[in-house]
Ligand binder design. Structure first.
Ligand code: SF4
Length: 700
């Protein structure tokens, strides 16, 4: 493992900023510019990179950017007015003054904050949540986990005790059965996908549950090409088979789980024969999948947005963990449950307490002893801390329209591109009195800001990321920033100080050490250890602890009783099902060459060339031909919330009755169409399912 984080002449070891696989990269630098990226020998990538890792750096050289890089602080003093470049002193004092006025007039709860799951690092996320809790005085701090794996965190915390992957990315290739559910790893985490291929080469059985014939389906032993929106029914049917056919591990269930009787009764109604029409998969295939899964000496469940971006996502996560509990596939190497986190540091943002219900280290904000601990460390009065769970980012549009949220401090997020039902989000933004955007690019959200605070980018600073398997990894600074920009945590510290809470940090390590002292889960993960080992997985409670490759050793779960909680519930239909007017299901998906809102990858020449127009709407040829639509024809795609232009892309690998679009294209943003039906627990929107129609714009 390459651990040298110093600038070694022209090569700097960093960690890829584009997905939770946590690949290590050598950035090669000449004359202050990055000239090349090479795969470094990281624990998770072992020298390999995908195309985003190889080509996702050239925006740092500031050449021919499609979107301007933010280089100077700016203020827009009137709504609808023009941005004015100002000094840092003025930007900080103006922002602090406005935030103080809003807090005084409407109360602390009226201010919302985001951390960032992208290139800024764990240290900054720690400082941002501290700002919310100690300076503003609320728990209104959240991140994009809300629109991706928030349900995995909420669901797994209830059933197993920890919201993260129970296993390691390196484990995947040694598992003898992979149940890949709603997870297109080839597009989302290409280097994780290589582990799936390696597992197959080593003899693993692969079962894919997905409406599309994704890449993994091509190597799968079974592909259950299920109907969109039927996850809970299929998971219940899986449990039904495990119990009815006596495939489950009775000793494990008796000794290490709770709730079996109720669970058994609920899934009794979900025989494969009863659900095959709803799910769209023959009963015998459902049965065979569970015979394979239960027979494997080691089995791992992996899932992605195909599970979590539904209105019933938390239930499905809990149901999936139930399959692992029923078969004893937890608490040892090469087994487990893997919600593979999407953005490179979304695990880290959650680890750092950029969550409205938890301090760093997953410590509850509603626990008075925990609040007292943080208050003491931060030099504030515990009675002044907010004892209630804060707002989620997906609630902000509604809360703004109700007048409850008045100011929004957004760091490294682009809600006006990435959140469901953009028409609603825009209305919410219009109702806000004050928006601060701290970012590296003029995103759609930045365009609406009252103040812009320009930050350094990945590549221009170092720090620690958490990859998807709970591994802390240090990443290095490769080049000096070019504009009048500052490190994110420095900007937050300046604001805090200006608002009357002196905050001064000299280094990432100083922040990290403050965090470690407050978080038993991370206490032993020192900067030095992470540098030496390259990858330290929490829990790492003591200085001599090597980190934890898999959770729940000895089958002790981190639940109140120490037992795994079996859970099943009835399937609920998605909120908006197709009808005559809007006859197709729209499902949002990823584009392998681009990342998130595309602000970074869309400004990289090679990636633009490779994936220039991710604005296609994928249609099954039979559906399209029935509607008289040709391949590549320009279309309107319309839902009850909006209408966007797109281009038809015939795709035989998708299911009939559904169309697929990415959210990464600036013009035809599919979030104009999606709906914000939120999971009741995690408040994650149902961006994987809404009803649309398509209509040709130009006759071919
Ligand atoms: Fe690795 Fe993900 Fe970066 Fe690709 S995008 S190089 S898989 S971390």
């Amino acid at each position: 493992v390459v651990n040298n984080l110093d600038v070694v002449k022209s090569k700097v070891v960093t960690v890829c900023p584009y997905c939770g696989a946590g690949c290590k990269i050598n950035l090669c630098v000449e004359n202050g510019k990055i000239v090349r990226a090479e795969g470094a020998n990281g624990v998770t990538n072992q020298g390999e990179l995908c195309l985003k890792g190889y080509f996702g750096w050239d925006f740092l050289n500031d050449t021919k950017l499609l979107t301007p890089r933010l280089n100077e602080p700016m203020i827009r003093r009137e709504k609808g007015g023009k941005f004015e470049v100002v000094s840092w002193d003025e930007a900080i004092s103006y922002t602090a003054q406005r935030l103080k006025e809003i807090k005084q007039k409407y109360g602390a709860k009226s201010i919302m904050h985001t951390g960032s799951s992208r290139g800024t690092g764990n240290e900054t996320n720690y400082v941002m949540q501290k700002f919310a809790r100690a300076v503003t005085g609320n728990n209104n701090v959240d991140c994009c986990a809300r629109v991706c794996h928030g349900p995995s965190v909420a669901g797994l915390q209830q059933t197993l005790g920890n919201g993260a992957m129970s296993n390691s990315i390196t484990d995947i290739e040694n598992s003898k059965c992979l149940l890949v559910f709603g997870y297109n790893c080839a597009d989302s985490h290409p280097i994780v996908a290589r582990r799936v291929i390696k597992a197959k080469e080593k003899g693993a059985k692969i079962i894919v549950c997905d409406p599309r014939k994704i890449e993994t389906a091509r190597i799968a032993d079974q592909h259950l090409q299920m109907n969109n929106g039927t996850n809970m029914a299929l998971v219940n049917a899986f449990a039904h088979v495990l119990i009815e056919e006596n495939l489950y591990d009775k000793n494990y269930v008796a000794n290490f789980t709770e709730g079996f009787e109720e669970y058994r009764q609920i899934v009794a109604d979900y025989s494969p024969e009863a659900v095959e029409k709803l799910v769209g998969v023959p009963a015998e295939d459902i049965r065979q999948a569970m015979r394979t899964y239960a027979a494997a000496p080691s089995a791992t469940i992996m899932w992605g947005m195909g599970v979590t971006q539904f209105g019933q996502a938390v239930d499905v996560v809990k149901g999936l963990s139930g399959l692992a509990l029923l078969t004893g596939n937890l608490g040892r190497p090469d087994v487990g449950v893997g919600p593979v986190r999407g953005q490179n540091n979304v695990q880290g943002a959650c680890d750092m307490g950029v969550l409205p219900n938890e301090f760093p280290g997953y410590q509850s904000v509603t626990n008075p002893e925990i609040r007292a601990k943080f208050a003491k460390a931060w030099g504030i009065n515990a009675d002044d801390m907010d004892p209630n769970v804060g707002y989620r980012i997906t609630e902000v549009p509604h809360l703004a329209l109700e007048g409850k949220v008045k100011a929004y401090y957004i760091m490294g997020e682009d809600p006006l591109q990435t959140e469901a039902d953009l028409g609603l989000v825009r209305k919410g933004f219009d109702a806000l009195e004050f928006v601060v955007v701290q970012d590296i690019f003029m995103t759609k959200t930045a365009e609406q800001a009252d103040v812009i605070l320009p930050a350094t980018s990945w590549g221009e600073h170092g720090g620690i990321f958490s990859c998807a398997d709970r591994g802390f990894q240090r990443f290095g600074k490769a080049i000096e920033p070019k504009g009048n920009v500052k490190r994110d945590w420095e900007i937050i510290s300046l604001l805090a100080t200006e608002m009357g809470y002196p905050m001064h940090y000299n280094s990432n390590e100083e922040i990290w050490d403050e965090l470690r002292e407050l978080c038993p889960l991370y206490y032993g993960a020192t900067y030095e250890k992470i540098g030496e080992m390259g990858h330290v997985q929490w829990p790492c409670p003591t200085l001599d602890h090597p980190g934890t490759p898999y959770l729940y050793k000895d089958n002790h779960f981190d639940t109140p009783t120490g037992k795994g909680q079996l859970f099943a519930t009835a399937w609920r239909a998605p909120a908006e099902i197709p009808d005559e007017e809007f006859p197709l299901v729209l499902c949002t998906v990823r584009e392998v060459g681009h990342y998130s809102c595309r602000s970074m990858t869309g400004n990289c020449a090679a990636l633009q060339t490779l994936a220039d127009e991710p604005g296609f709407v994928q249609m099954h040829p039979e559906d399209a031909q029935r509607m008289g639509i040709c391949d590549q024809q320009i279309l309107w795609v319309e839902s009850r919330r909006g209408k966007v232009i797109s281009r038809c892309n015939y795709n035989e690998r998708i299911n009939k009755g559904a169309v697929y679009m990415t959210y990464q294209w600036w013009i035809g943003a599919c979030n104009e169409l999606t709906q914000d039906n939120l999971d009741p627990v995690s408040k994650t929107p149902e961006t994987k399912y809404c009803a649309v129609r398509v209509e040709p714009i130009i006759d071919q």
